[in-house]
Write a protein that binds this ligand. Structure first.
Ligand code: ATP
Length: 458
């Protein structure tokens, strides 16, 4: 049986974002942190669906950049590091944003975000811009004094540079090679906002790719292609992705060139990932500050030098949000009550879909439930699955559509038979996007899902 779905008109940006934020909460993707205490500004929690989505994003990244490559090794360095790391990297002296305060309503802004000299809220006079360091400070050990200050890392990258020699020694890699890690980072952002786009606690997925200086430009280009293709391979629409070169005055002083991968969010184009040529700046700084030799020794050429670095630095939360936005669709589909109505569907790629398949017995009859539960218990060994026997089948389909489950498997009376009628042992597989259905034998469901989940990528 084939049920046609009809595309609906494009939803305006702000309305779309409101719908997505509401869906994210209603269906357990994203909650405000500490909500029962009124929330903690710009911190978010990932609910049962959100954690699966985020894990899938991280896994897809790790698979693409570590598992499937010979030239990259993984790392998981600690959040707290020696404070000298942040002195050497320049974060203690330079990692700051200019901020201004409204003298009247006391609201604080990033100076870059303000046009003019008046408070956008109340029209009050603004203070002169002051630099505000974005690193969170805390103390190590029982004494809270300056000598015991440590920082919550504002990026994962420095853990990679500090371990450059360790990883080089144990992996015996030759240039070009990279180190990748995923982990939490913290920034005391002045004006967070737009749900998980800019938060004070977030996760990064970073690669430092070490190259000879003369190969740096070519490698930079390779990484621009690789990273753009990664987003597309997970189903992100090409028209919503672009690369933007940093203008000269945007570049950090150590970077010779930098590109942002940007996504066309409902509020406009915004950064998902920065891909910079950082030259030998970081290794050079750490070599100087630590006094340790961080050079690479080329066995063939018998020469020692500091490699240059290409850094693709992505945000887990921003990517997950972009994938969520990109997957959001409303179409017109056959209604639960007959006729057609609006259907909300998250068209995640199979790799990112939190739940891969849902097993749904048509009714709560014991005979159906027995077969459905057995199938569910078997499938969940291989895929993240859901089981649902509450409410009408139409409502259950819509619930699965709203969280982006690509396949629903329905066990009905034809499967198990009824009085005097033998079952055919077949179940219905329903496809989320097309609403197409196919009937296949119970025994083939697992293999069929394996094929579909691999073949239908993204
Ligand atoms: P922005 O200009 O948007 O503040 P940035 O250029 O400072 O970002 P980078 O230092 O290049 O960001 O960090 C690399 C990536 O880490 C970003 O592309 C983004 O995906 C993520 N990221 C950085 N800051 C935040 C944040 N406050 N909340 C969520 N993700 C972040």
């Amino acid at each position: 049986m084939q049920n046609a779905v009809k595309k609906k008109e494009e939803i305006p940006g702000q309305e779309k974002m409101e719908k997505i934020v509401s869906l994210a909460k209603r269906r357990g993707f994203i909650f405000q942190s500490s909500e029962i205490y009124g929330g903690l500004n710009s911190c978010y929690d990932y609910g049962p669906m959100g954690v699966l989505l985020k894990n899938n994003v991280k896994q897809a990244w790790w698979k693409a950049v570590v598992q499937e490559r010979d030239d990259i090794a993984g790392l998981d360095s600690s959040i707290l590091m020696h404070p000298q790391v942040w002195v050497a990297s320049g974060h203690v002296s330079n990692f700051s944003d200019p901020m201004v305060d409204c003298k009247k309503c006391k609201k604080r802004y990033r100076a870059d975000d303000i046009e003019g000299v008046r408070c956008p809220e109340c029209g009050g006079e603004l203070t002169e811009a002051r630099q505000f360091n974005l690193m969170f400070k805390t103390f190590m050990g029982p004494v809270e004094d300056e000598a015991n200050v440590v920082y919550l890392r504002p990026e994962t990258a420095q853990g990679i540079f500090a371990n450059f020699k360790n990883v080089l020694t144990v992996t015996r890699k030759k240039l070009p090679f990279g180190i990748a890690q995923i982990g939490k980072a913290f920034r005391n952002e002045i004006t967070p906002g737009k749900i998980t786009f800019r938060t004070r606690e977030f996760e990064q997925m970073e690669i430092e790719y070490f190259v000879r200086q003369e190969e740096a430009q070519e490698c930079h280009k390779m990484w621009l292609d690789e990273r753009m293709n990664w987003y597309k391979s997970l189903g992100m629409k090409s028209e919503n992705l672009r690369l933007r070169a940093h203008a000269g005055d945007e570049l950090a002083h150590y970077a010779v060139s930098c590109y942002d991968v940007e996504y066309n969010f409902p509020w406009g184009w915004s950064e998902l990932e920065g891909i910079a040529n950082r030259q030998d700046y970081d290794l050079g700084c750490h070599e100087k500050t630590s006094g340790k030799d961080l050079k690479y020794f080329d066995e063939e050429k018998k020469e020692s030098f500091l490699p240059h670095v290409i850094e693709p630095s992505a945000g887990v939360d921003r990517s997950a949000l972009a994938f969520l936005v990109d997957a959001y669709f409303e179409d017109e589909a056959p209604s639960v009550k007959g006729g057609v109505d609006t259907r909300v569907v998250l068209r995640f790629s199979n790799a990112l879909a939190p739940v891969k398949a849902a097993v749904l017995p048509l009714s709560k009859k014991d005979s159906l439930i027995g077969v459905a539960e057995k199938l569910y218990r078997d499938l969940r060994k291989d895929f993240f699955c859901d089981y649902d026997d509450r409410a009408s089948i139409g409502k259950r389909y819509r619930r699965q559509d709203e969280v982006g489950t690509p396949f629903c498997i329905t066990v009905d009376f034809d499967t198990v038979g009824e009085e005097g009628r033998e079952g055919d042992g077949m179940v219905t597989v329903r496809f989320r996007d097309t609403l197409q259905q196919e009937r296949i034998p119970l025994a083939q469901v697992k293999q069929r899902l394996r094929d579909l989940l691999n073949v239908c990528q993204p």
